[in-house]
Design a protein around this ligand. Sequence first.
Ligand code: MRU
Length: 352
Amino acid sequence: MSAFNSIGWGEGGVVRMLDQRKLPHETVYNDYHTYGEVAQAITDMVIRGAPAIGAAAAYGLALTAHRTTAVSPVALRAELAKAAELLRASRPTAVNLFWAIDRMTKTIADPALNTVSALQTATLFEANAIAAEDVAINKQIGQNAQPLIPDEATIIHHCNTGSLATVDYGTALGIIRMAHEQGKKIFALLDETRPRLQGARLSAYELKAQGVPFKVIADSASGHFMRTIGVDLCVVGCDRVAANGDTANKIGTYNLAVVARANNVPFYVAAPTTTIDMATATGDEIEIEERPSREITHVGNCQITPDGIEVGNPAFDVTPNEYITAVITEKGIVYPPFKENLAKLMRSGEIA
Ligand code: MRU
């Protein structure tokens, strides 16, 4: 696994994940032996980011097949169904999790797989395919985005959408990385991304290693930088894009989009088509995960609030489609009207 590979299949049949809770100070890989451990790792954010948790769920199912004691395909399919159910419950918002489990479930249902060993081979093949496709998709998103990125650009980015949030390379952060690799003069302003600090810890870790110039800023500083030094564009990732273009992403994305609109700064969403959910009509239908209050009351192990206070900790928000300039996918750039153009893209791969 490369320094930033979030997940892979390890020797002896284990799921290996880079423990993102410990970054940037410690690089620790954990090995997982059961689907229950994988589901818990997703919930606890050992691995996080929509495409990465999709791959984790897929590998969790391959792991189940690999480590089963079942002697018949019927018994193994029953075990896989139980694993799928638990993995589905690990986090609610990112659609990639459900997309990957559905894709694996389809493979598992193939009647031609009529032995335990055939199911083992097929589930690992499919999980590896999901992982490999994710990397290829991300690189294509990076390429498709380049015409939108000026040769000199100051770019605001929210959360972490890089190699760590995917299987490798990244979506929105991948666009920034590719622009830098192509010799553009890029300066990134990384929102720290309270409360889990994915920007300050993870995006800063990635861009520092890649030599991309950046500054970490408080989430509340974006408007100030737009008004003072000038910002050319914002680019963010997504956990679920509804059929009308409303986009769920890390909490604070909506604030950033509104400030971008007020300052005439283009606001782009980098979205693999695996994150576009045509079965969800609008953002109002997207379940927003509420996470433990300790994420707000503490920074690391240090309590910053008085005891016994009430906390609200939605992990995501929905940016209404009217604040989004374009959605950048591996199949091309989608502009408004999103309802029509996303439908066209998802139906035929065509861009309007
Ligand atoms: O709670 P997280 O860290 O899993 O949230 C991650 C995000 O919101 C990312 O922006 C999103 O998953 C896109 S990652 C390519």
